[in-house]
Design a protein around this ligand. Structure first.
Ligand code: TYM
Length: 344
């Protein structure tokens, strides 16, 4: 793993983290545990942290303009309510820094059709109706590479579902460096994918990712769910007929049990084996009650903070515009050098 690289933009030896989340509506427990909670933890470690609300990515599928604006502010509030400190981390929305779109186009000309056609997320998202999907949805991972490489980010925390896109970013960086004879100019980023609980799964199907786009409300916990909704969703979560296992190896072929135990462990910041010891041999109903109370305890302070923050739109807009100002300083310097290398 890359530990320290020299970033041309600031001349310091640093580990720089970049990551992003789409402002596409209700935020789930999967986004919190798979992304936001980790982003905040990293801000308090030895990293320079840059977090982006990727609104350019959001419009690869239709977004109602008014709704998009609300979702962007809501996501900013979610970052801050989860503990992101705008003094420590850069927080901004992607469309406010035009270099993202500019470099995205350049990478459309670097990435190969063959690479893009292998992206499984496009196939999942476009489904059977690929002919009718936007060109942006197809090119989405090239823009994601631009987000990361524009900042010489060394580390990118993401969930398991983004792994292939990160590999593509590395391929684009290497091809650019090779094509333009500029060794080490773009920094191939290291994906940081949590080993445990990299995917929080649907409450209705332990083989499917918990997702804001799942048609079933019962499949996910939204951050703005009331306590009653959370209790009800966990009560109705799919399980199996066995009591809880006394050993991790016995979770094989029990995806729902593994997911619920994983959520519990992740929220408590403890290992899966500790949780297994705590509940070994118990019925799901006992465990679900504890889990539901834990989710409510952890989620409700965040959702009430989100609601409080959303009452002050000016504050949120100021955080985002200050963040965009800081991001622009890095991005404009990098794009200047990229243009020089290309011959613009
Ligand atoms: P998005 O908005 O779909 O999801 C944001 C982050 O949340 C993670 N995630 C999950 N993790 C665990 N379990 C789940 N059920 C779950 N659902 C979502 C995702 O893996 C992701 O890390 N393409 C990205 C956004 C992006 C980006 C970037 C990320 C754009 N540019 C540059 C990193 C770097 C996306 O659609 O995330």
């Amino acid at each position: 793993m890359t530990d320290a690289v020299q970033t041309p933009s600031n001349g310091d030896f640093t580990k720089r983290v970049f990551s992003g989340v789409q402002p596409t509506g209700a935020l789930t427990l999967g986004n919190y545990l798979g992304a936001l909670k980790r982003f905040v933890d990293m801000q308090n470690e030895d990293y320079e942290t840059i977090y982006c609300i990727v609104d350019l990515h959001a419009i690869t599928v239709w977004q109602d303009p008014e709704q998009l604006k609300n979702n962007t502010r809501q996501l900013a509030a979610f970052y801050i309510a989860s503990g992101l400190n705008p003094e420590k981390s850069i927080l901004f929305n992607q469309s406010a820094v035009s270099e993202h779109a500019e470099l995205g186009w350049i990478f459309n000309c670097v990435a190969r059709m063959g690479w893009m056609k292998r992206m499984t997320q496009f196939k999942d998202k476009a489904g059977k109706n690929a002919e009718n999907a936007s060109l942006g949805l197809f090119g989405y991972p090239a823009l994601m590479a631009a987000d990361i490489l524009l900042y010489d980010a060394t580390h990118v925390p993401v969930g398991e579902d983004q792994k292939q896109h990160l590999e593509l970013s590395r391929d684009i960086a290497n091809k650019f460096n090779l094509d333009f004879n500029s060794p080490d100019f773009l920094v191939p980023p290291e994906p940081l994918i949590q080993k445990k609980f990299a995917r929080i799964m649907s409450l209705k199907d332990g083989m499917k990712k918990m997702s804001k786009s799942d048609p079933s409300e019962l499949s996910r916990i939204n951050l703005n769910d009331s306590s009653d909704q959370i209790l009800n969703k966990i009560k109705k979560a799919k399980t199996d007929a066995e009591p809880l296992p006394d050993d991790e190896s016995k979770l094989a072929n029990r995806p729902e049990a593994e997911n619920l135990l994983g959520i519990y462990s992740s929220l408590c910041d403890q290992t899966l084996s500790k949780t297994i010891n705590e509940f070994a041999g118990k019925n799901f109903s006992d465990f679900k009650e504890k889990l539901a109370n834990l989710v409510v305890d952890k989620i409700s302070p965040i959702s009430s903070e989100i609601n409080k923050l959303l009452k002050d739109e000016n504050f949120i807009d100021k955080v985002l515009s200050d963040g965009a100002g800081k991001a622009s300083q890095i991005a404009s310097e990098k794009i200047k050098n990229i243009k020089k290398i290309i011959g613009f």
